[in-house]
Design a protein around this ligand. Structure first.
Ligand code: PEP
Length: 256
């Protein structure tokens, strides 16, 4: 399986800034065969960047999309419109769940809409600090995983990526803490067990599971060697080109 390095730019960079970043990144990177390098710019930047990107080196992801393909849905952008512009879409990010109040039902429809439009969903799941403190992590992870995949058939599971992002470890959290490799390993194992119960062991094994939460060049190596982790989803550190490149270099060394 490839190792995924995904940069989530969130609501940062103008289209011009995003284009300059991409230009520099493309110039810096060789074509890494075993690494899948992905950046998720704002929706506005996807069209111009899709014309600029060299997809042998870097793929684009949307940060969101709407579950209906067309219709009277003011302000939305559908996966049908994103089709061809991006290879991936981040779905169910904690900021969309907790700031924008998206629920598992909507997230499941978005996952289905992405697949229907040939876009690989990166389904984000993760517990908040109080849920971990009250021993609810397992239930939350299972609920979000089963809920988010509720419209995904056996055949479609191979088209899905899961990102485990403990919300308390995301750098924008009020008092963000680093997740330990053991804490991550335990949840990643639970994710695979849950997938295995629903879709069978073989199908579960093939699903890439990424980790995200304050990843930077100094801890990326440790996180990439957690058993079962197939890549990283990176927020803040991906906004600094040199740090994102350093993380890619770490991934290359770890996977060599
Ligand atoms: C994220 O929000 O997906 C994320 C992982 O952010 P950060 O790397 O800044 O913690």
């Amino acid at each position: 399986m490839k190792t995924y390095i995904v940069g989530n730019w969130k609501l940062n960079f103008t289209v011009g800034e995003a284009s300059i970043y991409l230009h520099k990144l493309l110039k810096t990177l060789p074509n890494y065969r075993d690494l899948e390098i992905v950046v998720a710019p704002s929706t506005l930047a996807l069209q111009p960047l899709s014309l600029q990107v060299d997809r042998h080196k870097i793929k684009l992801a949307a940060q969101n999309g709407f579950y209906r393909d067309t219709g009277a849905y003011t302000g939305e952008t559908s996966f049908a419109q994103l089709r061809g512009l991006v290879n991936y879409a981040i779905i169910g990010h904690s900021e969309r769940r907790y700031v924008l109040h998206e629920n598992d039902k909507e997230i499941a429809k978005k996952v289905a809409a992405a697949i229907r439009n040939h876009i690989t969903p990166i389904l984000c799941i993760g517990e908040i600090e109080s849920e971990r403190a009250f021993g609810e992590t397992k239930d939350v992870i299972r609920d979000q995983l089963i809920g988010g995949l509720s419209e995904v058939s056996d055949d479609e599971l191979a088209k899905v990526i899961i990102a485990y992002e403990p919300v308390w470890a995301i750098s924008s959290a009020k008092s963000a803490k680093l997740a330990s490799p053991d804490e991550i390993a335990e949840v990643v194992d639970l994710i695979r067990k849950t997938l295995s119960e629903t879709y069978g062991a073989k199908a579960a094994e093939g699903v890439p599971v990424l980790f995200g939460g304050s990843v930077n060049p100094s801890n990326a190596g440790a996180y990439l060697t957690v058993p079962g982790v197939n890549g990283l989803l990176i927020g803040a550190s991906s906004l600094i080109l040199s740090e994102f490149v350093d993380i890619i270099e770490v991934a290359k060394r770890v996977r060599a």
